[in-house]
Write a protein that binds this ligand. Structure first.
Ligand SMILES: Nc1ncnc2c1ncn2[C@@H]1O[C@H](COP(=O)(O)OP(=O)(O)OP(=O)(O)O)[C@@H](O)[C@H]1O
Ligand SMILES: [Mg+2]
Ligand SMILES: [Mg+2]
Length: 505
């Protein structure tokens, strides 16, 4: 425990996470939910704009997603819960209040073990609520534009107990939570697009003493900012407490300024708004029967922790390591998940891997090939390369029909030009196959062919060669690149480098 202390201070962190539910419709209206790419004010109904006389109508899909989150986080689902109005007046809040679950949230007392943390984090509660509209202010014109597309989208607020102790633990919690919510289809969890945002609460205290006063940093939309905001808060609060033994940290709501990488005060506890919570008279009690909760539980996909251990158990004897599994699990982490049900035909990376293995492809080689995909820098999706085509590709690799660079070139081509043509046709078309394998395989460091192409390179690239002779070894990669292009990747780049160096000596 003592290693968690920072110069004798214990750091205490609790996180409130807002996640957008992956539903086609909003929480209380049939209006379609939106993406950032949709034109402003094209995706809302009268209720979302708080048109007088309109009434909320609860979306069942949102409730089932909410239940999935609660079950995945080991929460107790309350049979009865209810909705309340949280009042505050801001231009992005058409009704003047947000519908949330203040007095009686639908799920409480969960437990969640982030992947790389040894200990579990207690989940205090999960509540269902509405998202706000978006306001785009223009201070120079003293104007604000309102976009109602996001207004009324279903959100979950997932609140932890103050169980986290370091910025790294907080980061690991958020990453694991994101993975979990994606795995069970609750949210696309995309922080950049705003579908997962965190408020972090930070305090410090001496060991053995009660927890310090928390400051809350609102609305962080990247793990990097979460870590930076917590680190800044720790040093700010230390400065206050260490400079004057009678000074206190005041409870505040703060913002993180990512231009200067610091938090700044938004308001103190004294000027905290009075939200005048009241039960929403237009919404009755929310009742979840045990049968319904059980049926949602039965329909849940496997959770990341059990996927990890299952993969390890099944494939470790075939050479697949824990690290390999991490690569697989993260392969499609940034994939955009469509909202329209089309996802059922798109396989996740793990399912894709397992289908290949079940079709007799070697697990270690398959993992290796899939790992290369992430190195190519394009988000992987089974839409781009079908399982069948990937199988054919792996067969070519196993049969040593191509050099490594050729294989990479081919994979790149398959990713950028999805097609159903047989992979060996494509490879032949690109002239990547070793038609006469024994001949090409002997194309090694002492092969005359490599020497020939190196001599051609020396002729073709006089200024690069002069630079290398002048001592600039970085230019070597450019020359080797030229050789790879000329030979369509059939030469081993290291051999080419060795020979070039010999020739230039
Ligand atoms: N002493 C503390 N130090 C750090 N974090 C704390 C401390 N006490 C409580 N917390 C954390 O602060 C968070 C409080 O969130 P909660 O949603 O319950 O209240 P809130 O911030 O007042 O409400 P809201 O911001 O939703 O209006 C929790 O994550 C909790 O774990
Ligand atoms: Mg809260
Ligand atoms: Mg809060």
């Amino acid at each position: 425990m003592s290693r968690l202390l920072v110069d004798g201070w214990q750091v205490v962190i609790g996180i409130e996470t807002h996640v957008q539910l992956r539903s086609k419709q909003k929480l209380f209206s049939k209006a379609p939910t939106s993406l950032l790419s949709h034109s402003p004010n094209t995706r809302f109904h009268a209720f979302d704009a708080a048109f007088p006389g309109t009434l909320p109508r609860l979306n069942r899909k949102c409730l089932d997603l909410a239940l999935r989150a609660a079950l995945a986080l080991g929460c107790t689902v309350n049979e009865r819960s209810s909705f309340d109005r949280k009042h505050y007046f801001y231009s992005d809040q058409p009704a003047g209040y947000q519908i949330t679950q203040h007095y009686s949230p639908f799920a409480v007392r969960g437990l969640f073990t982030p992947t790389k943390l040894g200990n579990s984090i207690r989940i205090k509660q999960i509540q269902l609520e509405q998202d706000t509209a978006k306001s785009i202010t223009n201070p120079s014109k003293k104007s604000a534009l309102i976009d109602l597309n996001r207004a009324g989208t279903g959100l979950l607020e997932i609140v932890t107990e103050p169980d986290l102790r370091t910025p790294e633990q907080a980061a690991e919690y958020v990453r694991s939570l994101q993975e979990l919510l994606r795995a069970v289809g609750v949210s696309d969890g995309n922080m950049e697009m705003g579908s997962l945002r965190c408020d972090v609460n930070v305090s410090i205290n001496r060991p053995g003493e009660p927890h310090g006063t928390r400051c809350e940093v609102k609305n962080l939309n990247s793990v990097k900012f979460i870590v930076a905001a917590i680190e800044y808060e720790i040093s700010r609060q230390r400065r206050i407490l260490e400079n004057n033994s009678s000074a206190e940290v005041l409870q505040e709501t703060r913002r993180f300024d990512h231009d200067v990488w610091k938090t700044y005060k938004m308001r103190s506890k004294e000027d905290a708004p009075d939200y005048r919570y009241m039960p929403d008279p237009n919404l009755g009690t929310l009742v979840f029967s045990q049968e319904h909760v059980d049926s949602v539980r039965r329909g849940m996909p496997s959770l990341p922790a059990s996927t990890r251990s299952r993969l390890l158990q099944t494939y470790s004897s075939k050479g697949v390591t824990e690290r390999d599994i991490e690569v697989l699990m993260n392969l499609d982490a940034n994939r955009e998940i469509p909202y329209d049900g089309a996802e059922s035909s798109i396989l996740g990376a793990v399912a894709y891997f397992e289908q290949l293995c079940s079709r007799n492809r070697d697990p270690k080689i398959t993992q290796n090939v899939l790992g290369q995909l992430s190195a190519l820098g394009k988000p992987f999706s089974s839409e781009l390369i079908s399982v069948d085509r990937m199988g054919e590709f792996i067969d070519l690799v196993v049969a040593k029909r191509m050099t490594r660079p050729s294989a990479k070139l081919l994979l790149k081509q398959m990713l950028s030009r999805p097609s159903n043509a047989p992979v060996n046709h494509l490879a032949a078309e690109m002239d990547l196959l070793d038609t006469d394998p024994p001949h090409h395989k002997t194309m090694s460091a002492n092969d005359d062919l490599v020497r020939d192409i190196c001599l051609r390179a020396i002729d073709a690239l006089p200024s690069e060669i002069a630079a290398i002779r002048g001592g600039n070894q970085n230019v070597m990669n450019k020359v080797v690149g030229w050789i790879m292009r000329e030979t369509r990747g059939k030469v081993d780049p290291n051999s080419a480098k060795t020979i070039l160096n010999q020739l230039l000596r």
